[in-house]
Design a binder for this molecule. Structure first.
Ligand SMILES: Nc1ncnc2c1ncn2[C@@H]1O[C@H](COP(=O)(O)OP(=O)(O)O)[C@@H](O)[C@H]1O
Ligand SMILES: [Mg+2]
Length: 291
């Protein structure tokens, strides 16, 4: 029995959850430094403000951004769950406003060689996250690295952060192109929502989205939609220096208000009828199975 088949059996056999499964939102970009981690952390804070339970998974193995922005160093990471028998509660660090976060460490790169018991252990632990969170936000690295694409094809909902810099738009296009060619990408089950960051305002954001949409429509069969914008905001940069999310440090800042509006849109019932809540165990098993 191959690993993919083992996983299907493990997930089928695990106890049904009392709560609905968590919504998994993956934040990504074609290029680094465009504001992914700020997006992840501020959306999490704004979701907490309306009473949602949120856990962030930091899957950017290059730079552990989230912990720096939280000003909190986690004692353990996903590797400790996988290789040192820690359980999921041990590896969650609780940050400001009780936003949970999990550091991925390099834990995800070695997943393909685990045996059945190890897989069961991981999947059972990850399934517990569905009990602990309404939404799980995955902060990925930038670009078309295999590890990033694995996360994207496993996601029902991708939030693509783009800025008006020409390289950011072309890199977003390249990322969507790589995604569209991935054997496990399915247009019908993947919602891609574009967030325009570091813009002057709504009109620049819309123009930026229109540029991307034009090339994507012409050359790729990848449906995308416009989610919203966050303005270039010195208050955000200042908050980063103080290791605080701007949504807490300065809730009236333009960027904080923008994140609040994006969360209102992301949680609007009518607009999100088709959002899949597949849960964390299913998300990870796709990454592990690679079949
Ligand atoms: N809306 C914004 N306004 C001003 N500065 C921003 C904004 N978004 C991001 N930045 C700046 O860009 C830097 C990189 O953001 P970050 O979220 O770490 O990007 P990524 O995770 O994509 O690498 C931050 O340190 C911050 O100073
Ligand atoms: Mg980052």
């Amino acid at each position: 029995m191959d690993q993919a088949e083992q996983l299907r059996r493990i997930i089928k056999g695990s106890a049904p959850s009392k709560r609905p499964l968590a919504r998994v939102i993956t934040v990504t970009s074609g290029k680094g430094g465009v504001g992914k981690s700020n997006t992840a952390i501020n959306l999490a804070i704004q979701m907490r403000k309306i009473g949602q339970k949120v856990i962030i998974l930091d899957a950017d193995f290059g730079l552990a951004n989230i912990e720096i922005m939280f000003g909190a160093v986690p004692k353990h990471n996903l590797c400790d769950l996988i290789y040192k028998g820690k359980n999921i509660k041990d590896i969650i660090t609780w940050g400001p406003m009780e936003v949970g976060f999990i550091s991925g460490g390099s834990g995800i790169t070695g997943l393909s060689n685990l045996n059945r018991d190890e897989l069961s252990y991981i999947v059972e632990n990850l399934a517990e996250l569905d009990e602990m969170a309404d939404t799980i936000i995955v902060d990925t690295g930038a670009g078309i690295a295999d590890a990033v694409l694995e996360f994207l094809v496993a996601s029902g909902e991708i939030l693509l952060v783009t800025t008006p810099e020409p390289t950011s738009i072309t890199d977003s296009y390249s990322l969507l192109k790589a995604l569209s060619r991935h054997p496990r990408y399915h247009a019908e089950t993947t919602q891609i929502k574009v967030l325009a960051n570091k813009v002057t305002g709504e009109s620049e954001a819309k123009a930026l989205y229109a540029k991307l949409e034009t090339v994507v429509e012409r050359y790729l069969k990848v449906p995308i939609s416009y989610l919203g914008m966050v303005p270039q905001d010195p208050q955000l940069a200042k908050a980063v220096m103080q290791q605080m999310p701007v949504s807490l440090e300065n809730p009236k800042a333009r960027s904080a208000v923008a994140y609040e509006m994006i969360v209102a849109k992301l949680t609007n019932r009518e607009l999100n009828k088709n959002v899949a809540r597949r849960g964390m165990a299913a998300f990870f098993s796709q990454i592990i199975a690679r079949k």
